[in-house]
Design a protein around this ligand. Structure first.
Ligand SMILES: NC(=O)C1=CN([C@@H]2O[C@H](COP(=O)(O)OP(=O)(O)OC[C@H]3O[C@@H](n4cnc5c(N)ncnc54)[C@H](OP(=O)(O)O)[C@@H]3O)[C@@H](O)[C@H]2O)C=CC1
Ligand SMILES: O=C(CO)COP(=O)(O)O
Length: 308
C-alpha cells in the first residue's frame, strides 16, 4: 500500500531515507530550508513525517510544524542523533512533547548514508511505545537492501545512536594516534559499558544497547572513516584544530555537541563517564590526545562491569 511520506531535512541522511521509501513505491516529499515549496505544502496529507535534520534544527522545525494543522493519526519518525543543548532532551522527547497525541517512532542503526546510497545492505531499528506505528514504519522502509527491526524501547534506540557518536570521536583519535587494535577493542568495549551506564540511568533497557542501534552503530562508526565523528577524533589526533576539521567536514558531527551536553548532565547526576569526559576535554582543547589516553589508563583499578 502506498503511504504519503514527508521527509524534513534534505541532508545526507534525509535524502537517503527519502530514496529508500521511494524505492519501496511510496509517495515521498523531501523538504529543506532551501526548498521552493513551503513546509505547509509538503505536510498536507502526509501520513508519516520523517525528521532527519541535525540536532540544532530540531526545535526550529518542531516549532514550525506545530504552527500547522497536523492530524492525530500522523506518525512522526525521528532520525536525528543528538541531545538538545539547552534542555538536554532527545529529539523524540521534543517531538512527543510538541505532539502528545501522535505516535513518535525513533529510527537508528548502523547506517552510514554513503554505503546505503551505494546500494550496500544495511539494517536498522524503529523503536516506539506504539508498536503498531513502529510496524507501519518498518514496512515502509524494509527492503532487500535495508532490513528494519522493531523495538519497544525508543529511548534506548535513540540513546544508542546518540551516545556512540562521542565514542566514535574517541575511536578516531585512537586510530589517529596509531594505538593499535587492542586499544581500540578496549575503548569500544568500555565505551559500550559507559553508554549502558548512562542509558540505564536515564531509563533505557540494557538489551537495547546490545542491538543494532547500540553495539551495531558503535561498531560501524568507530571503525569507518566515513563517519564524520570518527573523522573529528582522527583529525584532532593528527594535530588539526577542531575549527579546521569542522570547516572541511562534509555534514554534521553531532558528537561534538553531544559530548558537552552529556558530560554536563552526567556530572550533575553523578554518573561516571570517563571516556566521554576525556572526549569533551579534548574537544575543548583542555587536553592533548595522548594525555587523554594516559588519564584513562591511569585511573583506579576496578571490577569489569558497566556499573560505576
Ligand atoms: N549521514 C548519516 O550517515 C547519518 C546521519 N544521521 C543523523 O541524521 C542527522 C542529520 O545528519 P546528516 O543528514 O548527515 O546531516 P547534514 O549536515 O547532511 O544535513 C543536516 C540537515 O539538517 C537541516 N537543518 C539544520 N539546521 C536546521 C534548521 N535550523 N532548520 C531546518 N533544518 C535544519 C539542514 O538543512 P539545510 O539543508 O537547509 O541546511 C540539512 O537538511 C544527524 O543527527 C545525524 O547524526 C543518522 C544516521 C546516518
Ligand atoms: O550515525 C551514523 C551512522 O549510523 C553516521 O555517523 P556520523 O554522523 O559519524 O557520520
Amino acid at each position: 500500500m502506498e503511504t504519503k511520506i514527508t521527509v524534513i531535512g534534505a541532508g545526507a541522511w534525509g535524502s537517503t531515507l527519502a530514496f529508500l521509501a521511494e524505492a519501496n513505491g511510496h509517495q515521498v516529499r523531501l523538504w529543506s530550508r532551501q526548498s521552493s515549496s513551503t513546509l505547509a505544502d509538503v505536510l498536507a496529507d502526509a501520513e508519516i513525517v520523517v525528521s532527519a535534520v541535525s540536532m540544532k534544527g530540531v526545535r526550529p522545525v518542531v516549532e514550525q510544524v506545530k504552527s500547522l494543522e497536523i492530524g492525530k493519526q500522523v506518525i512522526f519518525v525521528t532520525a536525528t542523533k543528538g541531545l538538545d543543548a539547552s534542555t538536554t532532551c532527545t529529539p523524540s522527547q521534543i517531538w512527543q512533547a510538541a505532539f502528545p497525541a501522535n505516535s513518535v517512532v525513533v529510527l537508528a542503526g548502523p547506517n552510514l548514508s554513503k554505503e546505503i546510497q551505494a546500494g550496500l545492505p544495511a539494517a536498522t531499528v524503529v523503536g516506539s511505545h506504539d508498536l503498531e506505528a513502529a510496524k507501519l514504519v518498518q514496512t515502509v522502509f524494509n527492503s532487500g537492501r535495508f532490513r528494519v527491526y522493531t523495538n519497544d524501547d525508543p529511548l534506548g534506540v535513540e540513546l544508542g545512536g546518540t551516545l556512540k557518536n562521542v565514542m566514535a570521536i574517541a575511536a578516531g583519535a585512537c586510530d589517529g594516534l596509531q594505538l593499535g587494535t587492542n586499544a581500540k577493542a578496549a575503548l569500544v568495549t568500555r565505551g559500550l559499558a559507559e553508554i549502558i551506564r548512562i542509558g540505564n540511568h536515564w531509563g533505557a533497557k540494557t538489551d537495547t544497547f546490545y542491538g543494532l542501534s547500540g553495539l551495531g552503530d558503535l561498531l560501524a562508526t568507530c571503525n569507518s572513516p566515513l563517519s564524520r565523528n570518527y573523522q573529528v577524533g582522527y583529525g584532532l589526533a593528527i594535530g588539526k584544530s577542531l575549527t579546521e576539521i569542522l570547516t572541511n567536514l562534509e555534514g554534521t558531527a553531532e558528537g561534538v555537541n553531544t559530548s558537552q551536553v552529556l558530560v554536563h548532565l552526567a556530572n550533575q547526576q553523578g554518573i561516571s563517564v570517563p571516556i566521554s569526559s576525556e572526549v569533551d576535554r579534548l574537544l575543548q582543547g583542555n587536553v592533548t590526545p595522548q594525555a587523554a589516553v594516559n588519564s584513562l589508563m591511569l585511573r583506579d583499578v576496578k571490577p569489569e562491569t558497566h556499573l560505576p
